[in-house]
Design a protein around this ligand. Structure first.
Ligand code: CTP
Length: 409
């Protein structure tokens, strides 16, 4: 497919070299359209060499082939990364004073932008209003991420990593094979309060669940994402017109939110790490050393949310569970599989996505490795790679169960 990558004048432009590489590696034809300012950061020969296509910034080059509109007309997708506040403002107003501007006006292809700027510029009401307008028009906004910015500041404004932009771009080109699917996905980790300042929690970042939500939405599904304590920069990955986000802090809140979503959902995915236990009593004031002695926190078991969803399921509703296992608990591969089979059966889910976690693996990492167990206890799929790639495989496994459910209802 033909992808136009617009590059505007921000320091993150150097990262877009990697973005172009990834898109080409995935088998696409890429034309880079930098702005004049972008060329101050990365020169024209680099873009030509990496994209293997001629690069120009001016609407007056290649006039014979009406390049200023032809690029937009011929594109299957346009990605603008980094997108500066200035370019975002110009896009909103429809200003076409350079090749990128004319290309954007002349296209009917999906447009994805990855903003990058200083936090103050991002937060400015005009930028926020522009983003809202663009989003309303169907432009996909990816990020910005929170982190270190040029000049040593930090905050929201960093361009999302090129690997994630490539994933989102490729997903936009993907077929809409989940159109019509209403899916509820829980993600993150619950926190069970001990007192107003402390909680029992876990290390789940929510990345895998957010990747599932983003992938499902890209493939045409209507998504409800139930987010349990997910950091803002991770949750930014779920910014999509077809994703509705609901927050749930504790296991009880998550149970309520999932039960609510279950009323209309065709499929439910419990990717959240739920605390198995919560303190019997929550102290209303902070426990202090003066409260006397070392506290003993008595726990009570939380309800098994996914098992409850299975008990209450409507006909044809597909339910997917996750199982995070440490190799130490699971023993060898055989034992891991046997444990997973018992867990799938105990919970009654249609699919169980099993991944190994540990001190170094699984939680905060960008990559994941899973196997998917089906109703018959057999491994129906395995996946390793980015969490987005894993999400795609999980949804591939879910899709036939959903369509089968549809035909039987
Ligand atoms: N789960 C749930 N409610 C709970 C605990 C877990 O819905 N109270 C869901 C998780 O979201 C996940 C699946 O059950 O989809 C498996 O979670 P896991 O923690 O691996 O299983 P447990 O039931 O806690 O079993 P064990 O402690 O034996 O590993």
């Amino acid at each position: 497919m033909n992808i136009v990558v617009g590059v505007t004048g921000g320091i993150a432009a150097y990262k877009s070299v990697q973005l172009v590489r990834l898109l080409i590696k995935a088998g696409h034809e890429v034309t880079v359209v930098p702005t004049e300012d972008a060329l101050r950061f990365v020169g024209l020969p680099t873009w030509e060499a990496i994209s293997r296509n001629p690069v120009t910034t001016s609407v007056h080059d290649d006039v014979a082939r009406v390049r200023h509109v032809a690029l937009g007309q011929g594109a299957d997708l346009i990605v603008v990364a980094p997108a500066t506040a200035n370019t975002i403002a110009k896009m909103t107003a429809g200003i076409a004073d350079n090749l990128l501007g004319t290309t954007l006006l002349a296209t009917e292809a999906p447009v994805l932008i990855a903003p990058a700027m200083h936090a103050e510029m991002w937060r400015h009401p005009s930028t926020q209003a522009n983003i809202e307008t663009l989003q309303h028009r169907g432009v996909r906004i990816l990020g910005p991420a929170v982190g270190e910015l040029a000049g040593g500041d930090s905050g929201p404004g960093r361009m999302v990593e090129p690997e994630d932009i490539a994933d989102a771009a490729l997903a936009l080109l993907a077929p809409k094979d989940l159109a019509g699917l209403r899916i509820a996905i829980s993600a993150g980790g619950t926190r069970e309060p001990i007192d107003p300042v402390r909680y029992l929690g876990n290390r789940s970042s929510g990345r895998q669940g957010v990747a599932l939500a983003a992938e499902a939405a890209a493939r045409g599904a209507e998504v409800t994402l139930i987010a349990a304590n997910i950091a803002g920069d991770v949750l930014a990955g779920a910014r999509h017109p077809s994703i509705r986000i609901r927050q749930a802090g504790t296991a009880s809140e998550l149970a309520l939110a999932m039960a609510d979503a279950a009323e209309t959902a065709d499929a439910m995915v419990m990717a959240a790490a739920v605390a198995d236990y919560r303190p019997v009593e929550v102290a209303h004031r902070k426990l202090t050393k003066e409260s006397g002695g070392i506290p003993v926190i008595e726990l009570v078991e939380n309800e098994d949310i996914v098992a409850g969803l299975v008990r209450a399921r409507r006909e044809g509703q597909v339910i997917v569970g996750f199982a995070a296992e440490t190799p130490e608990t699971a023993g060898d591969e055989e034992e891991l599989l046997a444990r997973a089979r018992r867990k799938r059966q105990r919970k009654g889910v249609d699919l169980l996505v099993v991944n190994e976690v540990g001190w170094e693996r699984g939680f905060e990492a960008g990559e994941n490795e899973v196997m998917v167990l089906g109703r018959d206890g057999l491994v129906t799929a395995t996946a390793s790679g980015s969490k987005r790639a894993v999400a795609a495989v999980v949804l591939d496994a879910l899709r036939p169960l959903w369509t089968a459910g549809r035909t039987s209802v």
